[in-house]
Design a protein around this ligand. Structure first.
Ligand code: SF4
Length: 367
């Protein structure tokens, strides 16, 4: 039986009381940033609670009408070597294999393309494979999008067949939120599990997923995690720190401890990017550090092994902590050689949410 997917606002309007003006704004918003919510995830929403985190992650908000922010916050266009293939860090090639996702998350930093336009999507898989084959400095590939597991199993196998044969690759990652928003894509698909099992014996395969709240860590999600781990895969999680969703230490601590308990490694906590249509989700950097510091007190060695980072045009910058006066940053990954391992400090500004290309603060009031 085909699962129901909620893509039209009519159903939402029956359950949430919006004014006519809000309804009109929301209709405009989903023309730019489509709505798509799988039935499984829709059923997790608490419609009696207007602060429900699941609701905020899945259902558009009129705040998305804001024109502040950027489309491409990490400079992805400048790292694009061919349509759908980015090469920003020497060792890592990133393949944007699809613009489809099982759900279109309201905070997504690729809002400019998911569910909407094919302009940055890989058109010719063979050319991308050839690029990776010829760049021996690349030791890992991240296949993402969109959601990599919206691809057919044949296509997933096609990538694995080629990439697992390349000696210079140490591991292959798939970026997918299917575990979180559509777990039966994994535990119900024995063919997918069979394919992953075969190729993880040839090359390390890592699933990179994206839980933002403990309410997403359901029994069904855990069933998908167990199914993947049974095949020998490693699962790592990236969370985005999101205003009104998970911006307190108890929520982060419960999520990260819960992930470890379920067999998933917390990997990165991302500062929310100043993406157009998503700036309302940003938490100021200084407050984010406080949340992370307090959360770490509730975490064990494994659950606190993550880094709090921002994916910046110049690289991945760790938001390391702060003294009484200053925030400490450290380049974890660098696009330019001169930034390698660079540590720098900036006077605390409670409104700062991001850094510009000169590493000067961008404040919440400026975006
Ligand atoms: S699954 Fe990932 S790429 Fe797709 S909308 Fe959500 S955050 Fe964006």
């Amino acid at each position: 039986m085909k699962e129901k997917v909620i893509t039209q606002l009519g159903e939402i309007f029956e359950r949430v009381n919006y004014s006519d003006d809000e309804k009109q704004k929301l209709q405009e918003i989903i023309k730019r940033h489509p709505m798509r919510i799988p039935e499984y995830y829709y059923d997790l929403i608490d419609f009696d609670n207007d602060q429900d985190p699941i609701r905020k992650l899945a259902i558009p908000s009129v705040l998305e009408a804001s024109l502040f922010g950027e489309e491409d916050t990490s400079g992805e266009a400048s790292n694009t070597k061919m349509l759908g293939l980015q090469h920003k860090y020497k060792q890592t090639a990133l393949v944007l294999c699809t613009n489809n996702c099982f759900m279109y998350c309201r905070h997504c930093f690729r809002k400019r393309m998911v569910g909407y336009t094919q302009t940055e999507i890989l058109e010719r898989k063979d050319q991308a494979i050839e690029y990776i084959r010829n760049h021996k400095e690349v030791n890992n590939v991240l296949i993402t999008g969109g959601d990599a597991f919206t691809m057919s199993n044949d296509l997933i196998e096609g990538y694995l067949k080629e990439l697992c044969g390349m000696d210079h690759l140490d591991f292959i990652r798939f970026g997918t939120r299917s575990i979180v928003v559509k777990p039966d894509r994994i535990y119900d698909d024995l063919d997918l599990l069979r394919i992953l099992n075969i190729y993880t014996k040839k090359k390390e395969i890592i699933i990179v997923t994206h839980f933002n709240h403990e309410l997403e860590l359901t029994e069904e999600a855990k069933k998908a995690i167990r199914a993947l781990k049974k095949q020998g895969l490693i699962i790592r999680n990236q969370t985005v720190l999101l205003n009104g969703v998970n911006d307190n230490e108890n929520t982060i601590a419960r999520l990260f401890n819960g992930l470890v308990n379920a067999g998933v490694e917390p990997y990165y906590l991302f500062q929310c990017r100043p993406v157009k249509g998503g700036v309302h989700f940003q938490v100021p950097l200084s407050r984010g550090i406080d949340i992370v510091s307090k959360a770490r007190e509730k975490l064990n060695g494994i659950s606190k092994a993550f880094r709090f980072v921002m994916s910046h045009k110049r690289g991945k910058i760790e938001i390391f902590g702060k003294t009484d006066e200053a925030v400490i940053f450290k380049f974890h990954q660098n696009k330019y050689d001169e930034d390698a391992n660079k540590i720098f400090m900036k006077t605390i500004d409670e409104l700062a949410v991001w850094l510009d290309e000169n590493l000067d603060y961008i404040k919440k009031s400026e975006i």
